[in-house]
Design a protein around this ligand. Structure first.
Ligand code: PSU
Ligand code: MN
Length: 305
């Protein structure tokens, strides 16, 4: 598999110097935000990580290679391309074998990060159990990946386009710890409180790192969810976002949107229905997660694996 990995010069240098590296996904660029805010946000998020003493590695599949760290031109390509495929675990081999352009989801980014020896991965929101999953069986492969792949995923919780309670139950069944930062509540992406509690509150990077390292030292495979609420000033009013999500879900249902298209459809509709305000929230929370993730990577780097 190492033959498939291609490191950017910046990431290569970090590996040689032992500087902590933080992985970033690319589906958020290609399918999660519109151009040009997607590319601009990707660059700003990378800079937050550098400023906190770590090195960013945005991951994507380009020309049959798993690129760990992207050039400016590659970020631009992903941000503008209409053909970038959304790649989860299922799609990895196909996209590499056919040398198509692939944007990695949380699940696929975790796999690639693990192969590259990267322990921390920052994103906006993870996939989960969709509402109505009892009939649709729509459960994101992100959850199964968290169960088996040892990467800490820093996110702002899950959106209420999903069934948050069932998502947390699923994670519990699979032994995936859910940590919260700065509060006891598990956040709901656009808002700070989902109405559910995280399993463990660990506010500081050193405490988070000790916990995560202990899990892996015990030989307990799989990831950890580090949920970090959106900054107060950027959060959306809960009633407003709930109504918009309900409307977007109704439209997805009426239009028969299925499978991997569901999440991108809902994200785009929510952005339209909020007049772009959800995008501002999204950008603010990803940057905040980048800071928490970089601090965690630095702290993990101080504890021997
Ligand atoms: N949630 C977001 N923004 C995103 C995604 C989820 O708030 O961009 C993307 C991530 O890449 C995640 C994927 O891994 O959607 C989940 O898709 P699905 O539900 O099809 O597994
Ligand atoms: Mn799905």
């Amino acid at each position: 598999m190492q033959a498939f990995l291609q490191y950017s010069p910046e990431v290569q240098a970090a590996r040689a110097a032992g500087t902590p590296v933080v992985a970033l996904e690319s589906t958020i660029i290609s399918h999660g935000m519109p151009y040009p805010q997607n590319v601009q946000t990707a660059r700003e998020v990378e800079q937050v990580i550098r400023d906190a003493g770590a090195v960013p590695a945005t991951i994507a599949l380009i020309d049959g290679k798993v690129c760990i760290g992207l050039s400016d031109a590659q970020l631009e390509l992903l941000g503008q391309s209409k053909d970038a495929l959304k790649v989860s675990r299922r799609d990895l081999a196909y996209v590499l074998a056919t040398k198509k352009l692939g944007a990695t989801t949380v699940a696929a980014t975790m796999i690639c990060a693990r192969l590259a020896g990267i322990e921390v991965f920052v994103t906006g929101g993870i996939g989960g159990v969709h509402r109505g999953a009892e009939t649709s069986f729509d459960i994101s492969a992100d959850l199964q990946e968290l169960a088996q792949t040892g990467v800490a995923v820093v996110c702002a919780g899950v959106k209420s386009i999903l069934d948050i309670g069932l998502t947390l139950e699923y994670l519990e069944t699979h032994g995936v710890p859910v940590v919260s930062v700065g509060q006891a509540a598990f956040p709901a992406f656009f808002t700070r409180d989902s109405g559910f509690q995280a399993d463990f509150r660990l506010d500081g990077a050193d405490d988070q790192a000790r916990f995560i390292r202990t899990k892996w030292q015990l030989g307990l495979q799989g990831g950890v969810v580090v949920s970090n609420p959106v900054p107060e000033a950027a959060a959306m009013p809960p009633d407003e976002i709930d109504a918009i999500i309900a409307r977007a879900l109704g439209e997805a249902d009426a239009q028969g949107v299925k499978g991997k298209a569901v999440t991108p459809f809902l994200l785009a509709r929510i952005k339209e229905l909020t007049g772009g305000r959800s995008l501002a929230t999204n950008i603010a929370l990803v940057k905040h997660n980048a800071l928490v993730g970089a601090q965690l990577a630095v702290a993990l780097g101080r504890i021997q694996a």
